[in-house]
Write a protein that binds this ligand. Structure first.
Ligand SMILES: Cc1cc2nc3c(=O)[nH]c(=O)nc-3n(C[C@H](O)[C@H](O)[C@H](O)COP(=O)(O)O)c2cc1C
Length: 354
């Protein structure tokens, strides 16, 4: 059997294969609600055979959203439609995961197809918060620096969101601490200029993430895996680097993290990303080897042979893909065909198998 199609048990949850749909914002919600777009989008990728589908960065509060159209999980009313989606995924043999997120200073911005940039309060935007009162870019909103009460609210919002996610049937929870959003803004010295217990040393900059992690973990049933998407590198002078990622991974491992999803970039406008096939794999494999924790890798992984060789080399435990899944929701079925794996197809689609 190929590694790609071998199952993986994490805590009480078994993934039927190692192929994961990476979280992807759809910017298609009204007031945070999932709708039929999400049902079809996520449902088709479940039909397509992914082992785990992590749904998009989901705002833990209204102000945690990137855009006014982001999905949210800040009120109980959000649970209903999400439950319908997770139930369908489960029927297809996919595990449903959710990424809990806070955009920090990258909040209150336009959806990508409107060119990002600030959405004013008059147009449905809001006042973003961040570790420091420094905007991401000239056309982004200027955030307010979080005070102690604001920090406590963020921690409580993540906890309440995790509780709702469990009620909605999610079986993997991921905390988003990368891509330049709030928790990453606290981690990196480039964006964290605080003088209190949340800024300065590595320990202080990691404090908010660890407090969020602890609170989320506290409300999760014991069989539910907790993932964290961490930054591997800021791609900018003086920023977060792969050694920091390893140091953070060791701490998260000791706090009981199950999988680290190692990504990179998104923190500062002047970043210089060098992208190519599997370009973030070196960060993930370093974390796996030096911190001794399961990792997921993401970034320009686009075919079955490439994904299989990453796993065979022992560089990662899970393969996440985003854009390839936009091109082909049935990527896993196609990959099985290429690797000559005799996996179960949805019975309605079996005639496509041979
Ligand atoms: C449409 C789209 C939306 C995305 N939204 C998210 C998101 O909600 N959370 C996140 O962590 N990454 C998000 N990403 C980044 C992907 O999860 C992934 O890390 C990145 O696209 C690199 O993987 P790829 O080369 O397979 O696309 C998004 C990417 C795309 C293309």
């Amino acid at each position: 059997m190929s590694k790609l199609f071998s199952p993986l048990t994490i805590k009480g949850i078994t993934l039927k294969n190692r192929i994961v749909v990476s979280p992807m914002c759809q910017y298609s919600s009204i007031d945070g609600f999932a709708n039929d777009w999400h049902f079809v989008h996520l449902g088709s990728r479940a039909v397509g055979g992914a082992g785990l589908i992590i749904i998009e960065a989901t705002g833990v509060s209204p102000e945690a959203r990137i855009s006014p159209e982001d999905m949210g999980i800040w009120k109980d009313e959000h649970i209903g439609k999400l439950s319908q989606i997770t139930a369908f995924m489960k029927q297809q043999g996919a595990v449903a995961g959710i990424q809990l997120a806070h955009a920090g200073r990258k909040a209150s911005t336009n959806v990508p197809w409107l060119g990002r940039g600030a959405v004013s309060v008059a147009d449905g935007g809001w006042q973003p918060v961040a570790p420091a009162a420094t905007a991401y870019a000239d056309n982004y909103p200027k955030p307010l620096a979080l005070d102690d009460a604001g920090i406590q609210k963020v921690i409580g919002d993540f906890r309440a969101a995790a509780e709702r996610a469990i009620k909605a049937g999610f079986e993997v929870i991921e905390i988003h601490a990368s891509h330049g959003y709030l928790l990453h803004q606290f981690l990196s010295p480039l964006t964290n200029h605080r003088k209190d217990a949340y800024g300065g040393s590595f320990e202080n900059r990691s404090r908010l993430l660890l407090q969020v992690f602890e609170e989320v973990k506290r409300v999760l049933p014991h069989d539910i895996p907790l993932f964290v998407r961490i930054p591997g590198y800021d791609w900018a002078e003086g920023g977060w680097n792969p050694e920091d990622a390893v140091a953070l991974a060791r701490v998260l491992r000791d706090h009981g993290a199950d999988v680290l999803d190692v990504s990179s970039g998104g923190l500062v406008e002047h970043q210089k990303i060098v992208a190519g096939p599997a370009y973030q794999l070196p960060f993930a494999s370093k974390v796996k080897r030096e911190a001794g924790i399961m990792v997921s890798t993401v970034g320009l992984i686009t075919n079955a042979a490439q994904a299989e060789s990453i796993l065979v080399n022992g560089d990662a435990d899970l393969i996440m893909m985003a854009r390839e899944f936009l091109r082909d929701p049935y990527f896993p079925l196609r990959a099985a065909h290429e690797l000559k794996e005799n996996i179960a197809w949805p019975k309605q689609y079996e005639r496509g198998k041979f």
